[in-house]
Design a protein around this ligand. Structure first.
Ligand SMILES: Cc1cc2nc3c(=O)[nH]c(=O)nc-3n(C[C@H](O)[C@H](O)[C@H](O)COP(=O)(O)OP(=O)(O)OC[C@H]3O[C@@H](n4cnc5c(N)ncnc54)[C@H](O)[C@@H]3O)c2cc1C
Length: 507
């Protein structure tokens, strides 16, 4: 008979969101929970993305949990290996291992209105939970565009998030598709070893210098001996980014000044005027994510690199064909084409109170109160839900704000007592969403003249938060019960309740 486990909270995912939620639950005194993870280890983004050059674009002292400072970050911008090790360390330090259910992919979770609980089917057995915290990540399912002829390509194909380390790129003719955050880290890392690199660039990114350096031994010693120095460093990094926000959200013209610096960055490395023109973006800086690199442009200036200012249109045998008609023979195609962001992959698997999926509810665009709770899905919250992303700062700040909200949500359920659920009122979601979308009108993401992965199929920005992280922290400090309907299960006779619990234990 398949094993069944009932828990108070089921967390889905073990990236920064899921591990952060687990630590927060323990700090709140809640130990009756599991973390369901489809992979065989924790780490999320920083486990899956192991491509050459993979690193964070936010300084490490800010891209880490405030409750788990790491005085030993080796570089100002740490690489994937160190961030992954940090998450493993947090998992051990805070006693999260016993709660982990690795290799448990959530296939379906459905609201059980009679029992006021979630019934969860995973690839390794079933669970039920009073509350589900979905932390499946905004960038966790790679997206490869539907390119005619790709299935018949005779060479090697992989996505940046599924790097094939057994495939030797030395001397190979490689097509790199995409020029986003991952691609600009991959290009300089593989250019010296490949025979020929053909870069497919649909839209040129704005790339700024990366102020990366090793953190010196005396600095690390200071942070270890006097922890307030690390806190002050984090505070400074946070404050600088908070001051930048209004340029993105209210005064995009101010970003024109930064464009001059970015153009100087291109001019320094690219002497060929035709290539310089191809690499100079035609939209306002900030409209797409600003990328950081000191090595991207110098790599593109090398004789074994071709930049095709056009997308990949078709594959014919071992020939890649650009939208502008350019044909190139290659041995491998690497897709740096991003992730399923606005079509959250967990959404079709979450079935709400009316029997419809979250994907169905969100078919005209994702929306959730305070980025967390969706109408029709009681006792469920999303970490990094709709409109919680950032263009210029650390996602860990947003995750920690949502963890505050989660903790208060669970406290409110305790206070209400009995078998209770909180169902967000559609009107509250509507008010919140209209406010967010109104503020979006003035942002560079809307007015900057670009198309980006921040926008959904209807052109609506359902991914980014149009304010400071401080504002979001205030908006998520506590749960406002007037925004929720309280659902209560009818009291059951004592004997009946015992019977139900027994059934749960042996199912
Ligand atoms: C290459 C790259 C670079 C980035 N750089 C930055 C940066 O510089 N600064 C920044 O702020 N952010 C950056 N990000 C964004 C990053 O995704 C977030 O900062 C953060 O790591 C997200 O954490 P998460 O826990 O929400 O999601 P993830 O880290 O994606 O974790 C989600 C977890 O859920 C699991 N999961 C998904 N579906 C299921 C299922 N059905 N059942 C069970 N488990 C499931 C996944 O396996 C994964 O382990 C970057 C992302 C990528 C991909």
């Amino acid at each position: 008979m398949a094993k069944h486990e009932h828990v108070r909270v089921a967390v889905i995912g073990s990236g920064f969101g899921g591990i952060g939620a687990a630590v927060r639950l323990r700090r709140e005194g809640i130990t009756d929970f599991v973390v369901l993870e489809r992979a065989d280890s924790v780490g999320g983004t920083w486990r899956d993305n192991s491509y050459p050059g993979c690193a964070c674009d936010v300084p490490s002292h800010l891209y880490s949990f405030s409750f788990a400072p790491n005085p030993d970050w080796p570089r100002t911008f740490s690489g994937q290996r160190h961030i992954r090790a940090y998450l493993e360390h947090v998992t051990d330090t805070f006693g999260i291992r016993p709660h982990l259910r690795l290799n448990h992919e959530v296939m379906k979770t459905a609201w059980n209105a009679d029992e006021l609980r979630w019934d969860i089917e995973t690839s390794r057995g079933s669970f039920s939970a009073d509350v589900v915290v979905s932390a499946t990540g905004p960038l966790s399912d790679p997206r490869i565009p539907d390119i005619p002829g790709l299935a018949d390509f005779t060479g090697k194909v992989f996505h940046s998030a599924q790097w094939d380390h057994d495939y030797d790129l030395t001397g190979k003719r490689v097509a790199m598709v995409g020029t986003g955050a991952s691609a600009i880290q991959i290009v300089p890392s593989i250019q010296p070893k490949v025979g020929r690199l053909t870069l497919f660039q649909r839209t040129a990114p704005w790339v700024m210098p990366r102020m990366d350096r090793a953190i010196s031994a005396p600095e690390r010693w200071l942070h270890r001996q006097l922890p307030f120095t690390a806190t002050a460093r984090r505070g400074l990094l946070w404050g600088i980014r908070e001051l930048q926000v209004s340029a993105f959200t209210k005064r995009p013209d101010e970003l024109g000044l930064v464009e001059r610096l970015a153009k100087a960055n291109i001019a320094r490395a690219i002497k060929d005027p035709a290539l310089r023109a191809r690499l100079t973006p035609s939209y306002r800086l900030g409209c797409k994510r600003i990328l950081l690199s000191n090595t991207y442009y110098p790599a593109l200036a090398q004789p074994n690199v071709d930049v095709i200012a056009s997308g990949l249109k078709e594959v014919r045998g071992n020939v890649v064909v650009a939208a502008d008609g350019t044909e190139t023979e290659v041995d491998a195609i690497i897709f740096g084409t991003g992730f399923h962001v606005t079509d959250m992959p967990i959404a079709p698997r979450v079935i709400g109170a009316d029997g419809r999926s979250l994907a169905d509810h969100w078919k005209n665009g994702m929306e959730a109160l305070r980025g967390a709770t969706a109408a029709g899905f009681p006792n469920m919250m999303t970490i990094i839900g709709p409109n919680t992303g950032l263009g210029n700062s650390s996602m860990i700040l947003m995750i920690e704000s949502q963890l505050n909200y989660m903790a208060d949500y669970l406290r409110q359920l305790d206070v209400l007592g009995g078998r209770t659920a909180l169902a967000v009122r559609p009107s509250a979601v509507g008010v919140w969403n209209r406010r967010v979308q109104k503020r979006m009108e003035r942002t560079v993401w809307k007015s900057g003249g670009c198309e980006s992965w921040y926008l959904d199929a209807n052109g609506r920005n359902t991914t980014l938060w149009p304010g400071t992280t401080g504002e979001f922290r205030r908006e998520t400090r506590t749960v406002d019960l007037s925004e929720y309907e309280v659902l209560r299960a009818p009291a059951k006779p004592a004997a009946g309740r015992r019977a139900t619990r027994k059934k749960e234990a042996v199912q």
